[in-house]
Design a protein around this ligand. Sequence first.
Ligand SMILES: Nc1ncnc2c1ncn2[C@@H]1O[C@H](COP(=O)(O)OP(=O)(O)OP(=O)(O)O)[C@@H](O)[C@H]1O
Ligand SMILES: [Mg+2]
Length: 677
Amino acid sequence: MLNSLNAPQRDAVKYLDGPLLVLAGAGSGKTRVITQKISYLIDEAGYSPKEIAAITFTNKAAREMQERVGKLMVGKNIKGLTIATFHSLGLQMLRAEASLLGYKPQFSILDSSDSFKILADILATTDKQLLRKTQSQISHWKNGFVNPDQAKATAEEELTHAAAKVYQLYQQTLKAYQAVDFDDLIKLPVELFDEHEAALNKWQRKLQYLLIDEYQDTNACQYKLVKMLTGVRGQFTAVGDDDQAIYGWRGADVENLRQLTEDFSKLKVIKLEQNYRSTIRILRGANAVIANNPKLFEKKLWSDLGTGDLIQVSACMSEEAEAESVIMKLQAHKFENRTKFLDYAILYRGNHQARIFEQYLRNHKIPYTISGGQSFFDKAEIKDLISYLRLVANEDDDPAFIRAATTPKKGIGNTTLERLGEFASLHKISLFAAAFEGDFQNDVGNKQLEDLLNFCTYIQKIQECAVRDPAGEVLNDLLTTIQYEAFLYDSDEPRAAESKWKNVLDFIGWLTKKGEASTEFGNETDGKNLLELTQMVSLMSMLEGREDGEPDAVKLSTLHAAKGLEFGHVFLIGVEEGILPHRESIDLGVTDPTKIEEERRLMYVGITRAQKSLNISWCKKRKRAGEMQMCEPSRFIAELPKDDVRHFGNPFNKDAEASKEFGKSKMANIRAMLNNN
Ligand SMILES: Nc1ncnc2c1ncn2[C@@H]1O[C@H](COP(=O)(O)OP(=O)(O)OP(=O)(O)O)[C@@H](O)[C@H]1O
Ligand SMILES: [Mg+2]
């Protein structure tokens, strides 16, 4: 098995004498070391699968690793093996130990839009910019393992101090809701282990060996968790590349790499130097760009996959021209090389850049998948509606209870919910059940109780209707009663509200159509179908975004989401000043050069995704805020080695138009070819 590894990779897999850091550039087989090591630990080193946890950066990476390990260990028992993100590992721990922190095991997890709403309530504002700023400040504190008191104590500016106060209220609200947010999934386990040694010992015994991929992007809180779990034994393997640290803006700190060497005096460092992914030219391009950043660690990277094609850099007249040219090149390349669509990726800095490419891909009937796009079921208005359905189906669903009880507002305030939450967790019952308990009822004001009971009895009423009446009728009645349309128009600009309302109607249309379809099959009443449908919808919303099997489609992805992946042929688009590097980092870069450095690492990540060919493009003109503006090529383009690059539509000489004409005739040829095929 170890034959498929080179010598240092093999050393890394076999090393079990203490903490290990594999520090190496892109495509050098770091992730491969992790998968092979999992199988080595089980097969050769006598670990039981349930004693091992491998931590990846995204759910997708976790799924991919599960697949790879599954293939390596066919026919063997790997039950209990944990391959997860930091967040899902944290969730697992929190579920098991919730009571120690005063939570019930079925606590709810709020997503970013839920916590946005809570903040809007606390701050009593609709100022989105302020809310976003506060949200990211709180997230920053949490990721840095700073609690509200510490935040208050260290805040120097008045604004930060105000945010710290909001942070405190926010935490109290979450606790009252028996809910945690995304950052809590890491922060709370650390707090738990800080306070409860027995729990820590239990998890240390349970997880005997830890493997961590993409270590450069861990934040302070995640690092603390690793340190706690591995304890003095320090049995772990971390792999990472400081040149690919691209989550500084989210609180990740590449200093954690250096910190490892200080915190673990016995840390062994293994470097990998051979790149198995890219051609020599692509690698030279990547190395040349990243050489402009100050070095944290000395690294070398070489490849013997041949010189390969020149890196192509195209200057395009406009976004439309860029999209057209990328798609023409892609089709021609695919035709000539007999490749598949899934061999191609179009990568970009920001999500908004995808839109025009989606249009052109659709026009040309080219299949594509897009990463990180928002799923229909993730939209706030759909989640609102689903929360009612979930509550109707199962009144003990507390997260649904909270969402439905507070959206739209029905006079049920935080204090009431807080009391309800406390009472429910004390008596280990659901929020819904707690509302009907005499002891709780005696404890709240008459008006508050009335509003709460109105809501609960209304839910009971729909529960009855749902068994009796047609699904469509029940839903329409629900929307009217809660005045959802008016709520949308009250809380948003008319255009946004209109499109949200349309989504709601689409959703109901879709649901009731399904409902009718299923009555044809069974003899159930329509009402019963609503409950069935609700379960189906909840399941769908959980499954959405799962990519089962790899369809033959061009991949559209942000650079951030493309981390760790590889593609035969990569188109890096919109490589302009103001996009990559991002405008904000250019502005801040005047005083803080690390901002530009992070953008450069992003460029490095982009280049190193490519195996065989790399096309970089930029636009000379681009519409911004409705106005046409002139653009400059990214400074990173100039950093590419001259000998490895071929420029098209050269911005520095005037025959760009001629090359465009040339492009047109070539396109016509290709179209003819494709049509004949
Ligand atoms: N010893 C090896 N022999 C052949 N192929 C290898 C070897 N090691 C790694 N590879 C292949 O090289 C490619 C890159 O490997 P991998 O994704 O593990 O690199 P990485 O260091 O994790 O990259 P990144 O920094 O982008 O995450 C993969 O296709 C992998 O299968
Ligand atoms: Mg990797």
